[in-house]
Ligand binder design. Structure first.
Ligand SMILES: Nc1ncnc2c1ncn2[C@@H]1O[C@H](COP(=O)(O)OP(=O)(O)OP(=O)(O)O)[C@@H](O)[C@H]1O
Length: 295
């Protein structure tokens, strides 16, 4: 059995004149749950498309479970949810599910699949009559129908409500616990933080960070200090402070030395009302890492 679910070397993807992916190397081991993060246009979807064999790289190689992408897909090793994944509009959900399950040698048992993806009650519904979130759940069911060892998900929860998202990530955690490799692109950084054991940050078609969420967050120095302040509070020349903003009576300070900053605030007689000190969030880290890196 191959050790890696994905082996990407020097992957370069062009769409006409646009260099979407600029020579990335990425190895993802079996059973990992990996979030692909980065701003619009960073190259996440293009990478996913190359892994699915939907486009030809301009350079580099992609191996999926030690096979060429199209072979891996044909062998039923990959389940995918794409941003623009279509469903035949007039076909009923039950029919599509039946057809897709039938094409796999060892399909996911129907009742369990329906319960897991929360699509009970949608069987007789034509695809065109589904809400955005329902459609995403049906597409998930289709992606899981063959019990693939690798799941590739491009913004899978973008149309789901809070409950749908929670259920979705619970399913993903269960799949990961069973050894499924899950690779997902998202703009919901709190989901990546909670679910992924590794995050890969892309910007301008390159990998700008790769590690656990804690590692990526720690690459960004600075803590955020928030406190309620009056208009005349002097926030100038505070030690350690990289940036200071006021937002409707709240001061937001980014500082490399919260203790020194707070000591001087106290010396100036500024009360530490509603004080909150926190480390960089994944969102702060991704913003810092990708600002200026995108083309
Ligand atoms: N079919 C296409 N034709 C021309 N340019 C494209 C095409 N698809 C993507 N691009 C360009 O390639 C670059 C990378 O796009 P890609 O969709 O891979 O980024 P992304 O990180 O998935 O972005 P998003 O978060 O907005 O989905 C962008 O500059 C985009 O405009």
């Amino acid at each position: 059995m191959p050790a890696n679910a994905l082996d990407i070397s020097g992957l370069t993807v062009r769409h006409g004149d646009v260099l979407a992916v600029d020579g990335i190397d990425l190895r993802i081991g079996r059973g990992e749950t990996v979030a692909l993060l980065g701003p619009n246009g960073a190259g996440k979807s293009s990478t996913v498309s190359a892994v699915l064999g939907l486009l030809h790289p301009a350079a580099g190689t992609v191996r999926v479970l030690d096979r060429a992408p199209a072979d891996a897909v044909r062998a039923g090793c990959v389940g995918a949810m794409l941003q623009h994944g279509g469903l035949p509009s007039e076909a009923r959900v039950g029919e599509v599910l039946h057809l897709v399950r039938r094409s796999y040698p060892d399909p996911w048992p129907l009742e369990d699949l329906v319960a897991t993806t929360g699509i009970g009650g949608l069987h007789a519904r034509p695809a065109e009559a589904l809400s955005g979130g329902q459609r995403q759940r049906v597409v998930l069911a289709l992606a899981l129908a063959g019990q693939p060892p690798l799941l590739l998900l491009d913004e899978p929860t973008s149309a789901m409500d809070v409950e749908g998202r929670r259920a979705f990530w619970t399913t993903m955690r269960e799949l990961a616990a069973r050894g499924t490799t899950v690779v997902f692109a998202t703009h919901h950084l709190e989901e990546a933080d909670a679910v992924a054991d590794r995050v890969v940050v892309l910007a301008g078609g390159r990998v700008v960070a790769d590690g656990s969420s804690a590692e990526v967050r720690s690459a960004v120095s600075g803590r955020t200090v928030r406190l309620s302040v009056t208009e005349d509070a002097d926030l100038t020349a505070l030690p350690g402070v990289l940036s200071a903003e006021r937002q409707a009576g709240t001061a937001v300070l980014t500082t490399t030395d919260p203790e020194a900053t707070l000591r001087v605030l106290l010396d100036r007689g500024i009360p530490l009302a509603d004080l909150e000190v926190r480390g960089a969030s994944l969102e702060d880290a991704v913003l810092t890492l990708t600002t200026g890196a995108a083309r």
